[in-house]
Write a protein that binds this ligand. Structure first.
Ligand code: ADP
Length: 499
């Protein structure tokens, strides 16, 4: 038999990618295409759903071409996607009724303020695990139904379908299978993560007819087969998960207490909490994790708004760096931070502080402060912020972290990873395959299709690139953290004047 592969379709916010993995979990082909972002008004963000579908199909075909293989050699397709982004389309024609409203879009912020003022915050948090926000799909669906003529009536007659990007892609791939997975459903703010059903009361609150919603299925199961003309043969579509949950799975964080931390533009930390949906007291979200079979799995999620982006800022605005990776050289050169702390609260602070008025701060400057120390302070800030989210997770989950798995662009910085390990007092593990999101989708699909047998088999494929162990003395760690927290207070205090 000819060699078989798994095709991961990784539909991100700015680009669509397709990766072919082999049985060893190695990347054998990859194609990528960026697509247009639309900003029709300040704070609004849209995509064209047809761009998303066509681009994703194109890169999928390109990946097969690159490796010179036919559809029969693809054992299954796994889909992973930008989460929360909302698409409504006509069931008959397959045409979107409106552009995709992207997760970043703030157009429904006032609608959410109204719902919170009406006292819905606790109910929404208890049922969906989410803190009410325009970020999630619910208010975006409501907006489309409210603002487009005739769409509500058609929706009520069952002629309109809703989907997040996974649903839209699977519907197009299969020619009409209308499904989503638990992880994506849990980001709509309409899904009760405990009963694992769409919540009738929340649907009523947002005036959304239940008939437009997809059927919710596990993240690893055969949803349907692709139409034969897309790839020149039918391929089972067998896995789906939102990007962060796919990365958690791709990092093989299958056990409760296992954590992955992504250092991209922003930072995302997810902790597997197993069968228990842990409610956060520290501003973290409770969400569904990808798992095998019908058994539910949950995760705690915390985000840092500015992570690798602070290095981008040093590079592009302050011009202290030619390239982001050069930050490592300067940080090592500095030897220490010289008492300088940088709080990159450019857009307020996320978990666990949740303060939208806080602004960036550099404290501890002296006449001898060097460029290298400023750069070092920026890298250290990435690690401190992640440590703060980590501590909040430990508190919520009632356990102490021994190790975390990392990915994302800035995780390639060895200084940052060693400092992260030191400041957390935990082992930091960087995997050989940094495409953890696509790998997670491939694992989910391959397990459902019988390409891989078990989680144990997959875990053996997961290879380490580098391990960072804590080396810092406890006194020093505590002293640095104390100063960092004082710097954060300054940033929060500065925000007070705006309130
Ligand atoms: P995203 O997927 O969010 O676009 P990436 O995972 O590609 O982001 O990471 C890019 C970010 O990481 C950029 O903000 C960049 O400045 C930062 N970055 C990339 N490489 C390094 C490095 N070696 N050291 C520090 N920061 C880095």
């Amino acid at each position: 038999m000819m060699e078989q592969f798994i095709l991961a379709l990784d539909q991100g916010t700015t680009s669509s990618r397709a990766i072919l993995f082999d049985r060893q979990g190695k990347i054998r082909a990859m194609a990528q295409e960026e697509f247009t972002q639309y900003y029709p008004q300040p704070g609004w963000v849209e995509h064209d759903p047809r761009d998303i579908w066509r681009g994703q199909l194109k890169v999928g075909r390109l990946a097969l071409e690159q490796l010179g293989i036919k559809a029969e050699q693809v054992a299954a397709i796994g889909v992973t996607n930008q989460r929360e982004t909302t698409i409504l389309w006509d069931k008959e024609s397959g045409q979107p009724v409106y552009p995709a409203i992207v997760w970043q879009c703030r157009r429904t912020a006032e609608m959410i303020d109204g719902i919170v003022a009406d006292g819905w915050r606790e109910t929404i948090k208890a049922r969906t695990g989410l803190i009410p926000d325009a970020y999630f799909s619910a208010s975006k669906i409501a907006w489309i139904l409210e603002h487009l003529e005739g769409v509500r009536e058609k929706a009520e007659r069952g002629e309109i379908l809703f989907g997040t990007v996974d649903t839209w892609l699977i519907w197009n791939l299969t020619g009409g299978v209308h499904v989503t997975d638990y992880t994506n459903a849990s980001r709509t703010m309409l899904f009760n993560i405990h009963t694992r059903e769409w919540d009738p009361e929340l649907l009523e609150l947002f005036r959304i007819p239940a008939c437009i919603l997809p059927q919710v299925k596990p993240s690893s199961c055969i949803y349907g087969k692709t139409r034969d003309f897309w790839f020149g043969g039918e391929i089972p579509v067998a896995g789906a998960a939102g990007d962060q949950q796919a990365a958690l799975f791709g990092q093989c964080c299958f056990q409760p207490g296992e954590v992955k931390s992504t250092y991209g533009t922003g930072g995302f930390m997810l902790m597997n909490t197993g069968k228990e949906a842990v409610s956060s007291e520290s501003g973290l979200l409770t969400t569904m994790a990808a798992a095998l079979g019908e058994e539910p799995a949950y995760a705690l999620e915390g985000s840092v708004f500015v992570s690798g982006a602070v290095i981008q800022w040093l590079r592009d605005e302050l011009r202290l760096l030619d390239e982001s990776p050069d930050s490592e050289f300067f940080a090592e050169k500095a030897k220490d931070n010289g008492g300088v702390y940088m709080v990159p609260a450019f857009t307020g602070m996320g978990a666990p502080y949740w303060n939208q008025y806080a602004r960036g701060m550099i404290v501890g400057l002296t006449r001898s402060t060097s460029k290298a120390q400023l750069i070092r302070a920026a890298l250290e800030a990435i690690a401190y912020q992640t440590a703060d989210v980590c501590r909040a997770m430990e508190k919520d989950a009632g356990l102490s972290l021994k190790s975390i798995q990392v990915d994302g662009g800035a995780s390639k910085n060895d200084f940052l990873m060693q400092f992260q390990s030191d400041i957390l007092g935990a082992v930091v593990t960087r995997p050989a395959c940094v495409e953890t999101t696509a790998l997670g989708a491939a694992f989910l699909a391959g397990l459902a299709a019988g390409y891989w047998e078990s989680l144990e088999e997959i875990k053996k494929l997961w290879a380490v690139d580098a391990l960072f162990k804590p080396m810092m003395e406890e006194d020093k760690r505590q002293a640095l953290l104390a100063d960092w927290h004082l710097a954060v207070e300054c940033a929060l205090h500065w925000g007070e004047r705006k309130k």
